[in-house]
Design a protein around this ligand. Structure first.
Ligand code: AMP
Length: 504
């Protein structure tokens, strides 16, 4: 029976003894081995009574067996719902209550803590550990015979990914077979992936970047990956001579830049470094080029939309921009309030439409309706502009926009000026309640060791450069900015820390 995404993957499998993944311990797992495990997982799911459209929630560490489980779920038509490994049992109870899975898969050490959450929705609970062992793997070992792949069309839901939700309730983004298939195909072509590629995979696999961008691009190009449990700069440097590509968040690059081994020779075997999930500082881009001779390719996407834009493979990879819309993706800049499309060069809301854009939020029809325009464009929540060459620039999340004394202040503009001050490594600018201005601009920065950077110096440096209303009312120096696991600066944490600053 036709199964849109699974058939596409099967149709592109290279020679059966090609390695799909090599682990940190040197174990090699071939495509045919992983697909055999996927067939077994599909049979186990069907044997448990899961039918197409049912959900399976998983909260497990990275393992090749987890990839087999993902493929097994797609094959069985079961909706795959990965959950962040950092979530507490209380948080998992919320997601399980919302997704109502028939099966919850967790680390063996969590089985007891999650039993109640599972039983509250009548879900079965099984385990998988970081070595790919556990009760679910044992059931797959014992599976006899295979079940045919479930019939799934392009619009059927393949996965639900919960958004990181720094404000309000986390929402489940429903991604269809074709959302995932079309985007992975676009990226394979755009980034020139082939079966000769070896991807260094050090991202988590509960997030779209590591789970879909990285793994689906590998699967649809017949490439291999070196599959690491987490990012470790020494390990990545050691393995780089055997890889051809890496996908990372900006913190991978800033950490590698501090590594003494980062040289043109160490990266000579690599053909492509991709960055995304959070803004890559233009300085990081330039420092990387200077040290390695490679221009990092920055792209922009989100859980709900997969990837929207990418810098070109050939042609200018412009620091501080996220490149051009991918083929098939329409992108426009609109007035956040009225939705009117703005002239080129103006800052506004980024809206996108295309086969990559999700089908809506799980069980939230009203929220879904409010995030789409009548003509089908999705309102991303990101503010940005398109320059004369068509490159997209992101200036920040809409909710991070500061309104002070009635004026709009885009944090990125101020952060860029602060980052340019010698001795500053990075900064984050937020608005916090202010009795006179509504919001007051506050800057938080990290400085180089021993650098003579303090509040007075920043105030002096910015005074001639930015209009008075944009200048921070206070500047704080910290050891590091709060970040989530995808390297995003948690501005909500900063707003919270400084919320009483201007209150008398
Ligand atoms: P997530 O859904 O966790 O993948 O987060 C998506 C959000 O990350 C986007 O809406 C952007 O705000 C941000 N993001 C992703 N890629 C980039 C990038 N290259 N530059 C700036 N922000 C990015």
């Amino acid at each position: 029976m036709p199964n849109h995404l699974f058939d596409l993957i099967l149709g592109r499998v290279p020679g059966s003894d090609r390695t799909l993944a090599e682990t940190a311990s040197g174990e090699r797992r071939t495509y045919s081995d992983v697909l055999d495990r996927a067939a077994r997982h599909a049979a186990v799911l069907a044997g448990m009574g899961l039918v197409p459209g049912d959900r399976i929630c998983i909260q497990i560490e990275k393992s090749v067996e987890a990839i087999a489980l993902k493929l097994g779920a797609i094959r069985a038509g079961v909706i795959f719902v990965p959950l962040n490994t950092a979530y507490t049992p209380a948080e998992i109870a919320y997601f399980v209550g919302d997704a109502e899975p028939k099966l919850l898969v967790c680390d063996p050490g969590r089985r007891e803590a999650l039993r109640e959450a599972a039983s509250a929705v009548g879900a079965r609970i099984e385990t998988l550990d970081p070595n790919g062992e556990g009760s679910l793997a044992e059931l797959a070992d014992l599976a006899v015979g295979t079940v045919p792949a479930a019939e799934r069309g392009p619009d059927d839901i393949a996965a639900i990914l919960y958004t990181s939700g720094t404000t309000g309730r986390s929402k489940g983004a429903m991604l269809s077979h074709d959302n995932l298939a079309s985007n992975a195909l676009a990226l394979v072509a755009h980034w020139r992936f082939t079966s000769d590629d070896v991807l260094l995979h050090a991202l988590p696999i509960y997030h779209t970047h590591g789970l879909f961008v990285a793994i689906n691009v590998v699967l649809l190009s017949g490439a291999s990956m070196i599959f690491l449990p987490k990012f470790d700069a020494d390990q990545v440097m050691r393995l780089m001579p055997r890889a051809t590509t890496m996908m990372g968040v900006p913190t991978f690059y800033t950490r590698l830049l501090q590594h003494p081994g980062l040289t043109p020779e160490a990266t000579a075997h690599m053909r492509l470094f991709v960055s995304g999930s959070a803004p890559l500082l233009a300085d990081t881009h330039r420092d990387w080029s200077a040290k390695t001779g490679h221009a990092i390719l920055e792209r922009y996407g989100m859980t709900e939309t997969n990837m929207n834009t990418s810098n070109p493979y050939d042609g200018d990879r412009v620091p501080g921009t996220v490149g051009l819309p991918l083929p098939g993706v329409s992108l426009r800049i609109a007035d956040p309030e009225t939705g009117a499309v703005l002239p080129q060069g103006e800052i506004g809301m980024i809206e996108v439409k295309g086969p990559n854009v999700f089908k809506g939020y799980w069980r939230m029809p009203e929220k879904t309706a409010s995030e789409f325009r009548a003509d089908g464009f999705f309102i991303t929540g990101d503010l940005g502009k398109v320059d004369a060459r068509g490159y997209v620039h992101i200036v920040g999340r809409g909710k991070d926009l500061i309104i002070t004394g009635g004026f709009n202040v885009y944090p990125k503009e101020i952060e860029t000026e602060i980052d340019a001050v010698p001795g500053v490594i990075e900064s984050a600018v937020v608005g916090v309640p202010h009795p006179d201005f509504g919001e007051g601009v506050v800057a938080v920065l990290v400085r180089e060791k021993g650098a003579a950077v303090d509040e007075a110096r920043i105030v002096t440096e910015l005074s001639g450069k930015l209009a008075k209303f944009k200048q921070p009312k206070r500047v704080f120096v910290v050891d590091e900015l709060p970040r989530n696991t995808m390297g995003k600066v948690q501005k909500n944490v900063l707003r919270d820390a400084y919320k009483s600053l201007f209150q008398s």
